[in-house]
Design a protein around this ligand. Structure first.
Ligand code: 13P
Length: 271
């Protein structure tokens, strides 16, 4: 498996983005993987930090590593929203090739301090690292936009490999369509040369995503749409079959196919 540094700088140069999809079980992993294979595209498989509290993150690592070994596509396995240095170390031990440390709720100075420590740990292990400035909220929380001055200072002091910026997105479904601050993204992209990351990809129209990509965004995160597609899909299949029992793999198959189609459409939109 590869690191972000193997795929993102080139993607940024070519003004395209690599999709980073949050998986949470065998079925979502398989669906995303198939989509990337069918599109012959690099892919970032990412796992939310909460899944590191039990066996899930390790099991997903084992499955991803096996799928990657049997396929010809570039694959990065990434810890999403790493909450502590312990979690960064745990991800590295489990075979993750990339991590995020999320200090975006700390003060700017504390974020720099925490991120710098995490960068040292990650780079020592040959693992790539992403961090965030400003704050992309979860749900209804307040968006704190990133500034050019902070982006420049943050990259200079931390040596991070990819920078998540806040330009108007939020995690989860939007109540009304978001409007990205493309001017801000463009100024940040002009000021720093490392790949930029956009969190909160669910529900952002492709036209806006393409404009962000033109500014230097080379990694786009998608979680909510994909995972809710899984849940809604299973519910729909159950509805169709009523009380009749069907083995799980047969229930999941059509759901997986729909997720694969969705992920393929996103990969194409980002290319
Ligand atoms: P969404 O859940 O809004 O797609 O955001 C995903 C994300 O940014 C994961 O870090």
């Amino acid at each position: 498996m590869l690191t972000l540094n193997n795929i993102l700088p080139q993607a940024r140069k070519e003004k395209r983005a690599v999709g980073a999809f949050n998986v949470a079980n065998l079925e979502t992993l398989l669906s995303v993987f198939k989509a990337a294979e069918q599109e012959n595209s690099p892919v970032i498989i990412q796992v939310y930090q909460r899944l590191f509290n039990d066996e899930r993150a390790g099991l997903i690592a084992a499955m991803t590593s096996r799928l990657a070994a049997n396929s010809g596509i570039p694959v990065v396995l990434h810890l999403d929203h790493g909450a502590s240095l312990e979690q960064i170390r745990k991800a590295i031990d489990l075979g993750y090739t990339s991590v995020m440390i999320d200090g975006s709720k700390l003060s700017f100075t504390e974020n720099i301090a925490l991120t710098s420590e995490a960068v040292a740990i990650a780079h020592q292990a040959g693992v790539s690292i992403e961090a965030e400035i400003g704050h992309v909220p979860f749900g209804d929380g307040a968006i704190e936009l990133s500034t050019v001055a902070e982006a420049v200072e943050f990259v200079k002091h931390t040596g991070v490999d990819a920078l998540a910026i806040s330009i108007g997105t939020a995690h989860g479904f939007y109540k009304k369509e978001p409007v990205l601050d493309i001017q801000r993204a463009s100024e940040i992209g002009d000021a720093i040369s490392i790949p930029l990351v956009l969190h909160g990809g669910t529900g952002v129209p492709d036209e806006q995503l393409k404009k962000a990509i033109a500014c230097g965004v080379a990694k786009i995160n998608i979680a909510t749409e994909l995972q809710s597609m899984f849940l809604r899909g299973v519910a729909a299949e159950l509805g169709k079959n009523g009380e009749k029992f069907m083995p799980l793999d047969l229930y999941f198959k059509p759901v997986e196919e729909r997720i694969t189609e969705y992920v393929r459409s996103k990969i194409r939109a980002f290319a």
